[in-house]
Design a protein around this ligand. Structure first.
Ligand SMILES: NC(=O)c1ccc[n+]([C@@H]2O[C@H](COP(=O)([O-])OP(=O)(O)OC[C@H]3O[C@@H](n4cnc5c(N)ncnc54)[C@H](O)[C@@H]3O)[C@@H](O)[C@H]2O)c1
Length: 304
C-alpha cells in the first residue's frame, strides 16, 4: 500500500481520495479552504453509501491543515487545485522540496501543458500528468501524461498503481493539448456545432443521433475497433468522400461565440444550444449519475 498525498479537497481531489481510500491506501489531503477539508470525510462516506460500497473506508482519509503534513511522507502526490499555471508552478516547486525525493508528483490539470507546470523542477523525471475524469470514482479512465523528462519506469509505476486501484489508465506518450480523451471529444463537438450552425438539424437532433446510434456501441466498440470491424478499405473510401465535407476550422465556431456573447451560457442561464428548466437539468444530472453507477456496479460484478 502506498501513502497518497492530495492537494485540493474540491470535486476532483475528494473523488481521487475516495478511489484510493476504497482501495485501502492511506490518503492525506490538504486544502486552504477549511470547509472543503471539514466536509471531506463525510462527502466520501455519503458517496460510498450511495454506491453501496464500504463507507468505513472513508476513515483512510486524513484532512491536513498544512501542505507539508499531506506530502512529507507521501509516495505519490496528486495535485487537484485551481486551474492556474502560475499557481501550479509554485505548488510543484513546494512539492519538490516538501515531498520525499522519490515521491511521484502528478497534476490533474484539465488543459494546461504538464511540461509548463513542471518546467522549473530539478527532478522533472518524477513528474507527470494524471488526468482524471469527473466523477473520478465513477469514470474509469485516467490519462497518464509523460513530459519529455518523465522517467518511463516511474510513469509505469503510476500506471500500475492506478490499475490496482481499479482505474483504467491510458499512457499518453506526448504532452499535447487535450491529451487523448478531450481531443476526441471536442472533434465530435466541433462537427456537432457545425451541423446546427449550418441548419442541418437542431441541437436536440444532434444529441439524439449520437445517443441512438454509435453512442450505443461506444462502451464496447472504440473508433479504431469499429474501423477494423468494417474494414480499413471501407474506412478509406468513406474518408475520401466525407473528410472534405467535415468542419475543420482551427478556431471556435462563430455560432458558439455568438451564443456566449448573447448570454446563452447553457444550464447555468437556462438556455444554451437548448433551453433547460430546473427540472430538466436535475433529470439529466440524475440520469448521468444513475447510468455511471450502473456501469460501475456491472464492472465490479464482472471483476468478482
Ligand atoms: N471538474 C472537472 O470535471 C475536472 C476534470 C478533470 C480535471 N480537472 C482539474 O482538476 C483540478 C481541480 O478541479 P476541481 O473541479 O476539483 O476544482 P474545485 O474548485 O472543486 O477544487 C479545487 C480545490 O482547490 C482548493 N485550493 C485553492 N487554493 C489552494 C491552495 N493554495 N492549496 C490547496 N488547495 C487549494 C480549493 O479550496 C478547492 O477546494 C483543476 O486543475 C481542474 O482543471 C477538473
Amino acid at each position: 500500500m502506498e501513502k497518497i498525498g492530495i492537494v485540493g479537497a474540491g470535486l476532483m481531489g475528494q473523488g481521487i481520495a475516495q478511489v484510493f481510500a476504497l482501495a485501502g491506501h492511506q490518503v492525506t489531503v490538504f486544502d486552504v479552504n477549511h470547509d472543503a477539508l471539514a466536509s471531506l470525510v463525510t462527502r466520501t462516506e455519503h458517496n460510498l453509501l450511495e454506491l453501496a460500497l464500504d463507507s468505513a473506508c472513508a476513515a483512510n482519509i486524513t484532512p491536513a491543515a498544512e501542505l507539508g503534513e499531506a506530502v512529507n511522507d507521501a509516495d505519490i502526490v496528486f495535485e487537484a487545485g485551481p486551474e492556474d499555471l502560475s499557481w501550479k508552478q509554485t505548488l510543484f516547486a513546494q512539492l519538490e522540496s516538501l515531498a520525499p525525493a522519490n515521491a511521484i508528483l502528478a497534476s490533474n490539470t484539465s488543459a494546461i501543458p504538464i511540461t509548463r507546470i513542471v518546467e522549473r523542477l530539478e527532478s522533472g523525471h518524477r513528474a507527470m500528468g494524471t488526468h482524471w475524469w469527473n466523477p473520478p470514482f465513477l469514470v474509469p479512465l485516467v490519462e497518464v501524461i509523460k513530459t519529455p523528462d518523465t522517467d518511463h519506469a516511474i510513469a509505469r509505476r503510476m500506471f500500475d498503481l492506478l490499475t490496482r486501484a481499479g482505474k483504467t489508465p491510458a499512457m499518453v506518450e506526448k504532452d499535447i493539448p487535450g491529451f487523448i480523451g478531450n481531443r476526441l471529444q471536442h472533434a465530435l463537438w466541433r462537427e456537432a456545432i457545425a451541423l446546427v450552425a449550418n441548419g442541418v438539424c437542431d441541437a436536440e437532433t444532434v444529441d439524439t443521433v449520437v445517443k441512438a446510434s454509435f453512442g450505443r456501441r461506444l462502451p464496447v466498440l472504440g473508433p479504431l475497433e469499429n474501423a477494423d470491424l468494417v474494414g480499413t478499405d471501407l474506412t478509406l473510401a468513406i474518408h475520401q468522400v466525407l473528410l472534405p465535407a467535415i468542419d475543420c476550422q482551427p478556431v471556435p465556431s462563430p455560432y458558439l461565440d455568438a451564443l456566449v456573447k448573447s448570454g446563452r451560457l447553457g444550464m447555468k442561464t437556462g438556455h444554451g444550444f437548448r433551453r433547460w428548466t430546473a427540472e430538466q437539468q436535475a433529470e439529466l444530472r440524475s440520469s448521468i449519475f444513475q447510468h455511471l453507477k450502473a456501469m460501475d456496479a456491472a464492472d465490479r460484478c464482472e471483476e468478482k
